[in-house]
Design a protein around this ligand. Structure first.
Ligand code: MLC
Length: 519
C-alpha cells in the first residue's frame, strides 16, 4: 500500500478540484485529474529511462511543478525519491549522489556548469537531466515525446506498468532525506510508505484536514515539513495547495487574505517575518482555521505576537526527519505556550536519564525517546549509525531534552546533541568545524549557535589561529561558503588566542556560549 493510495482515491472523488496552483510565474494550475495524468506520464518517462523499483532518483530542483511530478512519479513506480536542498554546493552534492548510488539525477539548467564537473566521478549515475522550470513546456515535451524503448513509438496515455506490490509495501522505502549528524558525513534517512501513511492519517485526524481546505505553501519542498506535512498532507485530504516559489512576507499576507486560505504552515523565522511585515495588523486572517509552527522551537514572543497582531493562536507541533511528526498541540483545546502538545495517535514517548537510560517519572527532565509507526527504517547503508540511534529495546533516541507535564503535555527544553537550528534548518557544528580546520591558518575552532531573533540561532565560529598565520573573518566565511551550503556557513567569526578546554582537552562550548553569545 503506497502512501499515494489516498491521493489516487482523491483523483476519483474530486477530479475537478484544483490540486496544485503555482501563484507566481510561470503560473500553473492542475486539477486532481490533470495532476494524476501528468504523474503517470512522468512515471512512464522514468520507466523509459530504466528506473526500476528501489532505484534512487535524485532531485535538486527549485520549487516547481517538475519537482512534484518527478517526486510523485518516482514513488508511484516503487522507486525512491531523493530530494536535495538547492543550497548544497558541488562538494556536498557529490557526496549525496555517491552515497545514495542515485541512478538518475534531475538538476537545474542554471546549475549545469558547476554540476557537470562532478558527474564523471559518479559511476552509479546513469543520467543527469537538466531542467529549466521557467520553460514548463519543455518538460511537457520531454515527458510526452520520448520514444518508448520497447515499441520505439511516442508515449501514449496508456497506464504505467505497475510496480510489484512489495515495492510500495508499508516497509519499503519511499523517500531518502539526508540529515547531518554529530559524527561524520550526513546520513540518508530511509522513510517508508508505512511511515508516511501513519503520519498522514494521524495529522489528517488531529488537524481536521478537509477536502475544501486551501493551503498556502511557502516552504521549500526538499524537507519533511514542506514535502510531507504540507504538500502530501493536502494531497491526502483532497485539498487545494497554492504554492509560492520563494517565501515573501508581504505576498504571503496578501495571498492568505485574497485567496481565502484556510491552512498555513511555517517555521518560526517565517512567522516572525510576517509579524515584522509593514501593516501586518491590517491583514484580516480570521478566515484561516489553522496556522501551524514547527521545525524549530517557537519563541514565546512570536506565539504572543501572533495572538496580538493576527488574533491567531499558533499551533506548535514537533517532528524530525527520522520520525516525521511526533507531537502536536490540539486543534480544539489549549495550545500551550512553550509546549509541543501531546503525542500523535500511535506515537509513544518516554523520557530517559541520559546516562543510565532509565525511564524518568512525570516532570523530570530527560532525553526524549520515541516509538511508533512513524519512526524511519534506518540510515541508508549505515547499520552501525542506525543501531546507535535506537535504544536497546527499540526506541528512537531524539537527542531532545524535555519532560512530560502531569496533564500529558510535552515540553522540550534543550538538546543533548551538539546541534544548531537556524531558520528551521539543522546544522551540526562538527560539519562546519571540519571545513574550518582545513584552512591553513586555523589551529582550532568551535562552532556554536548564539540566540538570534531572526534565525532562532546564528551559526558562530570561534577560531584560534596558528601563531604565525593571519586571516580575516571575511576570508574564513568565504572559505566555508565554497564548501558548505550558505545556511550552514558561519554568520560571524570570533577570534581567540586559545579555546577553553576541560581536563580531557575537549573544547568547553558552554563556556564559549556564555562568553560570546551574550556579548
Ligand atoms: C537562508 N539563509 C539562511 C537560512 N535560510 N541562513 C541560516 N539559516 C537559514 N535557514 C541565508 C541565505 O543563504 C542568505 O545568505 C541569507 O540567509 C538571507 O537569505 P534570505 O533570502 O533572507 O533567506 P530566505 O531565502 O528568505 O530564507 C529564509 C527562510 C528559509 C526562513 C524562508 O530558511 C526557509 O524556508 N526555512 C525553512 C526551512 C524548512 O523548511 N525546514 C524544515 C526542515 S524539516 P547570503 O549570505 O547569501 O545572503 C524538519 C522537521 C520538522 O525540521 O519538524 O519540520
Amino acid at each position: 500500500m503506497s502512501f499515494l493510495n489516498a491521493f489516487t482515491e482523491n483523483v476519483r472523488k474530486f477530479p475537478d478540484t484544483i490540486a496544485l496552483e503555482f501563484i507566481d510565474p510561470p503560473l500553473q494550475r492542475l486539477t486532481y485529474k490533470e495532476l494524476d495524468e501528468q504523474v503517470n506520464r512522468a512515471a512512464k518517462y522514468l520507466q523509459s529511462l530504466g528506473i526500476q523499483p528501489g532505484d534512487r532518483v535524485a532531485l535538486q530542483l527549485s520549487k516547481c511543478l517538475e519537482f512534484i511530478l518527478l517526486h510523485l512519479a518516482t514513488v508511484r513506480l516503487g522507486a525512491i525519491s531523493l530530494p536535495l536542498n538547492l543550497a548544497y554546493p558541488p562538494d556536498e552534492l557529490k557526496y549525496f549522489l555517491e552515497d545514495s548510488g542515485a541512478k538518475l539525477f534531475f538538476a537545474l539548467d542554471s546549475a549545469k556548469e558547476k554540476t557537470q564537473s562532478i558527474l564523471p566521478e559518479l559511476p552509479n549515475l546513469q543520467k543527469c537531466i537538466f531542467l529549466d522550470p521557467t520553460q514548463p513546456k519543455e518538460f511537457q515535451l520531454l515527458i510526452t515525446n520520448y520514444k518508448s524503448p520497447i515499441s520505439n513509438s511516442p508515449v501514449s496515455n496508456s497506464p504505467i506498468s505497475n510496480p510489484p506490490c512489495e515495492a510500495s509495501s508499508p516497509s519499503s522505502t519511499a523517500v531518502i532525506i539526508y540529515t547531518s549528524g554529530t559524527t561524520g558525513r550526513p546520513k540518508g534517512a530511509e522513510i517508508t510508505h508505512g511511515n508516511l501513511i501513519s503520519n498522514l492519517q494521524s495529522l489528517h485526524e488531529v488537524w481536521g484536514w478537509q477536502a475544501d481546505d486551501i493551503l498556502l505553501h511557502v516552504l521549500p519542498i526538499f524537507h519533511v515539513h514542506g514535502l510531507f506535512v504540507a504538500l502530501h498532507g493536502a494531497l491526502h485530504a483532497g485539498a487545494t495547495t497554492l504554492l509560492m516559489r520563494e517565501f515573501d512576507a508581504q505576498k504571503t499576507l496578501q495571498t492568505l487574505v485574497e485567496r481565502r486560505c484556510t491552512v498555513f504552515m511555517a517555521v518560526p523565522t517565517i512567522h516572525n517575518r510576517l509579524l515584522d511585515a509593514p501593516n501586518a495588523k491590517n491583514f484580516d486572517l480570521s478566515h484561516l482555521r489553522l496556522i501551524t509552527s514547527g521545525s524549530d522551537r517557537l519563541p514565546d514572543e512570536v506565539f504572543t505576537g501572533f495572538q496580538q497582531t493576527f488574533g491567531h493562536t499558533l499551533l506548535e507541533r514537533y517532528g524530525m526527519t527520522e520520525t516525521g511528526m511526533n507531537c502536536s498541540n490540539p486543534l480544539h483545546g489549549e495550545r500551550r505556550i512553550g509546549s509541543v502538545g501531546h503525542p500523535l495517535p500511535g506515537v509513544e514517548v518516554r523520557f530517559v536519564d541520559s546516562e543510565s537510560r532509565a525511564s524518568l517519572p512525570t516532570g523530570e527532565i530527560g532525553e526524549l525517546e520515541i516509538r511508533g509507526p512513524n519512526i524511519f527504517k534506518g540510515y541508508w547503508n549505515q547499520p552501525d549509525k542506525t543501531s546507535a540511534s535506537f535504544s536497546a529495546d527499540g526506541w528512537f533516541k531524539t537527542g531532545d531534552l524535555g519532560y512530560l507535564e502531569a496533564d500529558g503535555y510535552i515540553t522540550l527544553c534543550g538538546r543533548s546533541k551538539d546541534l544548531i537550528i537556524s531558520g528551521g534548518l539543522n546544522i551540526y557544528p562538527p560539519e562546519v568545524e571540519r571545513v574550518l580546520v582545513e584552512h591553513p591558518a586555523v589551529a582550532a575552532c568551535a562552532v556554536i549557535g548564539c540566540p538570534d531573533r531572526e534565525w532562532g540561532e546564528k551559526v558562530t565560529a570561534v577560531v584560534a589561529l596558528k601563531k604565525t598565520e593571519s586571516v580575516s573573518g571575511e576570508e574564513l566565511m568565504r572559505f566555508c561558503r565554497e564548501k558548505l551550503a550558505p545556511y550552514k556557513s558561519p554568520k560571524s567569526i570570533v577570534f581567540k588566542d586559545e579555546l577553553p578546554r576541560n581536563a580531557m582537552g575537549k573544547v568547553q562550548k558552554a563556556e564559549l556560549r556564555k562568553e560570546i553569545c551574550s556579548g
